[in-house]
Design a protein around this ligand. Structure first.
Ligand SMILES: [Zn+2]
Length: 324
């Protein structure tokens, strides 16, 4: 490019920048520190509408035994390969709302209100998506871990979805609400989970029903056995017309670790060997079917396809589509 032409381009660009207020600070209008865009993503599934709602994400120093059966350095290598903050691991949380045309069904409820934490955004993102809490007809709980149940309560302890029927997997409910099981809990994490179920769900006992595996829990929504992460951990298949979506819940935690390495055991799995077997069975099914999968702990909007990749699997995220 001749020098004169390049000079003209630079001069033109500067003049344009000044006109836009980008160069002259006194005339600039750009602000810093605005909040993030609302986190919801909508898509059609047959005659249903599916909305993924982001509850936020947590980054925290990787615990020593985050992956129980590999050395910490190897797990940190996977975090680095996924460009997580140095020494940390990032876990997102994404509940799913299904509008069947007749009912609004929410699957899992996020972390609930946690002051100062970068989570608990479900309520705000529901509002941004145009849904009031009292519009929700049915809440399905995939398993009784705090990041899935605690959004059932508001900050003042009242029910967050006052008109909704609430149902949890029968096997999980029976396990976590049993005091003998609580007395036998050996490790601190499991003890904390038991304490949390009583704190959050104790006074909702009479309002919470259960469902069985293979039951059609709402029109087109079937509960699928996916035990291991917890005894009654449940995934869901949502079918409408010829479309099918697999709501995997926590078949795996973050995909950069446990989808790529399905034989790695995350510290939160109740029965690690059973969870590993469930992962293989579930992802072999998803890969064979070429099914669309939503993962509670996948990066938002947490939708993609799963492919076999060597001894593991890989997630092929969907591209953002402006038209639902
Ligand atoms: Zn979870």
């Amino acid at each position: 490019m001749p020098n004169a032409t390049r000079r003209d381009l630079v001069r033109g660009a500067l003049a344009g920048g000044v006109a836009l207020g980008l160069v002259d600070g006194a005339r600039g209008t750009a602000r810093l520190g605005d909040p993030q865009a609302p986190g919801f993503y909508r898509m059609r599934l047959g005659t249903c509408e599916v909305t993924i709602l982001n509850d936020g994400a947590r980054s925290f120093p990787m615990p020593d035994r985050f992956v129980r059966n590999v050395p910490r350095d190897e797990a940190l290598g996977a975090a680095q390969a996924a460009y997580m903050p140095p020494g940390q691991v990032t876990v997102p949380f994404n509940p799913t709302l299904i509008n069947t045309g007749a009912k609004l069904v929410l699957i899992d409820t996020g972390n609930g209100p946690v002051p100062g934490a970068p989570v608990g955004r479900l309520k705000a993102n529901l509002a941004a998506a145009g849904v009031a809490p009292e519009d929700v007809d049915l809440v399905l709980i995939s398993h009784l871990h705090p990041d899935h149940t605690n959004g059932l309560k508001t900050a003042d302890g009242t029910p967050a979805f006052p008109k909704a029927e609430i149902r949890a997997a029968a096997v999980d409910w029976a396990f976590w609400m049993n005091d003998d099981n609580m007395a036998k809990a050996a490790d601190a994490i499991t003890q904390a989970y038991f304490a949390n179920t009583r704190r959050v769900l104790g006074d909702l006992r009479d309002r919470i029903g259960t469902f069985a595996w293979d039951e059609e829990v709402a029109p087109g929504i079937t509960a699928l056995a996916a035990p291991g992460h917890t005894p009654g951990h449940t995934a869901f298949a949502v079918a409408s017309g010829s479309d099918r979506l697999l709501v995997q819940s926590d078949v795996t935690n973050i995909p950069a670790f446990f989808l790529q390495h399905p034989d790695w055991h995350v510290m939160y799995d109740h029965d690690a060997d059973q969870a590993q077997a469930t992962r293989h069975r579930f992802y072999d099914m998803a890969a064979s079917e070429k099914a669309l999968v939503v993962g509670y702990h996948f990066p938002f909007p947490s939708l993609g396809h799963v492919e076999r990749d060597g001894p593991g699997y890989r997630l092929v995220p969907i591209a953002w589509n402006a038209a639902p």
